[in-house]
Design a protein around this ligand. Structure first.
Ligand SMILES: CCCC(=O)SCCNC(=O)CCNC(=O)[C@H](O)C(C)(C)COP(=O)(O)OP(=O)(O)OC[C@H]1O[C@@H](n2cnc3c(N)ncnc32)[C@H](O)[C@@H]1OP(=O)(O)O
Ligand SMILES: Nc1ncnc2c1ncn2[C@@H]1O[C@H](COP(=O)(O)OP(=O)(O)OP(=O)(O)O)[C@@H](O)[C@H]1O
Ligand SMILES: O=C(O)CCC(=O)C(=O)O
Ligand SMILES: [Fe+2]
Ligand SMILES: [Mg+2]
Length: 307
């Protein structure tokens, strides 16, 4: 893999501070165990860090996701929206970018505009959009899950269109790990930033808390009458009694979640195009991914940051 394809992103952060002995915990990959803790707590899904409160850490451990309010500024979000608009209007062209249209309009010959682009993937070659992955306040949290050498293994900006009535704007319940044969899964995290207010009307993220503790489940296309977008696979046999939580988010709020967490999103019943920005981050290994020899999906074009 050449330097360009190496796609490395070192965090701009310095070393994380040491935790107080009472917070020092066992971690399966580090094997760090506090000799002084009387009741050492087992943390499996988060690394020792000085960013998350004990309560936040325990919430992620238990639920597999964590919402951080107001993490990305309005100004940055406006810049991402502007750049997205230029890409949709074809004022900016990127070789490797994947542009998706909702399946309900995919056969129509429509002029390029934001109204026909449902999602862009692999925006790592666009410096303006890739700034999102390098925001220190995003990386600060990402590092709590991945550790210090971080790569963006996949990037997306989703522009969920108003549903045409066929319910094709839904994203079926799935686990992101289905798309990435990489691991260890506990060191991978997805960051999902609301680029506007998002609730059940425009199709918010729906999560099944605690499902990150389970295994990777079989995925297939749901048998939906109105059709399903390409690669929008869903879990066939999840527990119907699992609690579903709809994450209502404000502009700039970011949810970090585990790649085994079962999640999806509902249809957009508004006339607006619901926007979110997503990088999926993992630690850098010898060939990109920390433990598998496969080149992680979308893993190219990124530049290392100054250490
Ligand atoms: C955790 C992360 C989740 C993920 O990462 S998702 C997995 C990774 N993503 C992907 O694999 C990207 C999937 N998208 C794509 O491959 C492309 O966008 C897609 C759908 C093929 C469109 O490619 P283009 O070449 O730009 O499209 P085109 O307009 O010439 O259409 C080619 C044929 O595809 C069809 N198509 C377009 N959009 C679609 C959609 N949303 N769902 C289903 N089918 C779709 C389109 O109708 C056309 O079919 P035909 O050949 O005319 O019969
Ligand atoms: N019982 C279920 N079986 C299979 N998939 C489900 C089930 N309930 C929800 N989903 C899927 O989870 C995602 C979110 O569902 P949600 O109920 O939030 O959205 P919706 O049905 O589009 O809208 P709403 O219920 O708000 O009218 C969608 O992709 C939906 O298809
Ligand atoms: O914001 C959404 O619609 C969810 C997208 C998602 O989970 C994915 O693309 O993997
Ligand atoms: Fe997902
Ligand atoms: Mg529903």
């Amino acid at each position: 893999m050449d330097a360009r394809a190496a796609a490395r992103l070192r965090t701009v952060l310095g070393h994380l501070g040491r935790l107080e002995p009472r917070d020092v915990v066992a971690h399966p990959t580090s094997g760090t165990v506090s000799p002084t803790s009387f009741h050492p707590q087992q943390f499996q899904f988060t690394l020792d860090n000085s960013i998350l409160s004990l309560e936040q850490r325990q919430f992620y451990e238990e639920n597999g996701y964590l919402v951080i309010k107001n993490l990305v500024s309005d100004e940055d979000i406006q810049r991402f929206r502007d750049e997205f608009g230029k890409i949709c209007r074809k004022e900016v062209k990127l070789d490797r970018l994947v542009i998706m249209k909702d399946v309900s309009i995919s056969k129509l010959q429509l002029a390029p505009s934001e109204k026909v682009v449902t999602k862009i993937q692999d925006f790592q070659e666009d410096p303006e959009l890739f700034r999102y992955c390098t925001l220190p306040q995003i990386l600060k949290y990402v590092e709590c899950f991945t550790g210090p050498n971080i790569m963006a293994m996949h990037t997306m900006l989703i522009n969920k269109p108003p549903d045409t009535g066929k319910k094709t704007s839904r994203h079926p319940l799935h686990q992101d790990l289905h798309y990435f044969p990489c691991g260890p899964s506990n060191l991978i995290v997805c960051a999902w930033t609301a680029m506007e207010h998002i609730d059940r009307n425009n199709g918010c993220l729906v999560v099944l808390p605690g499902t990150h503790k389970g295994s990777l489940k079989p995925h297939d296309y749901p048998k939906w009458e109105g059709g399903v977008n390409k690669m929008y696979h869903g879990i066939q046999d999840y527990d119907e009694n699992s609690a579903r939580v709809h994450l209502v988010m404000e502009k700039g709020d970011t949810v970090f979640f585990h790649p085994l967490l079962i999640h999806g999103s509902g249809r957009n019943k508004t006339q607006g195009f619901r926007k979110v920005g997503i990088p999926i981050a993992a630690p850098i290994g010898k060939d990109g991914c920390v433990s598998c020899s496969a080149t992680p999906y979308g893993y190219d074009g990124l530049k290392p940051k100054n250490p």
